[in-house]
Design a protein. Structure first.
Length: 139
């Protein structure tokens, strides 16, 4: 008589659950931890773009975009300060540690940081200065 090998349906072949070896489970766990840590570390660097009026009401890290309303100057603490105005006509004073190299050619600025209610200024951690493109047609 011939005998037929029967496989246990609950555990899969060779007694392993879900077909993964312990080393493979360890690798899946390491990958999951790396993805979780990467997402957690990126959460603080993402800032939503808001209008100037919304920025004055916000308490977290945000980004405001505006056109240069003043050419800027250094204040008493040697921080670079300037004013921007958004498309709604609202303006805000922006304070940054240093003057960007291409600031004199700029027409608009995207500033990332927090609004300081006590000083009534936007304290920027990062500035993205947007200059007119040399490839655009001159008028």
């Amino acid at each position: 008589m011939a005998s037929i090998a029967v496989e246990d349906i609950r555990t899969g072949s060779a007694g392993r659950k879900l077909g993964l070896k312990p080393v493979q489970w360890l690798m899946v766990g390491i990958i999951a931890l790396a993805l979780g840590f990467g997402g957690w570390s990126m959460s603080g660097s993402l800032a939503r773009t808001v209008t100037i009026e919304e920025a004055k009401q916000s308490s977290g890290t945000i980004q405001v975009f505006g056109y240069l309303y003043s050419k800027g100057a250094y204040d008493e603490q040697l921080n670079w300060t300037f004013d921007i105005q958004d498309s709604t006509g609202a303006s805000i004073k922006v304070v940054h540690a240093t003057k960007p190299g291409n600031f004199d050619d700029a027409i608009s600025v995207a500033a990332t940081g927090k609004f300081n209610q006590a000083k009534n200024v936007f304290e920027a951690d990062q500035l993205l200065v947007k200059c007119p493109s040399k490839y655009q047609e001159q008028q």
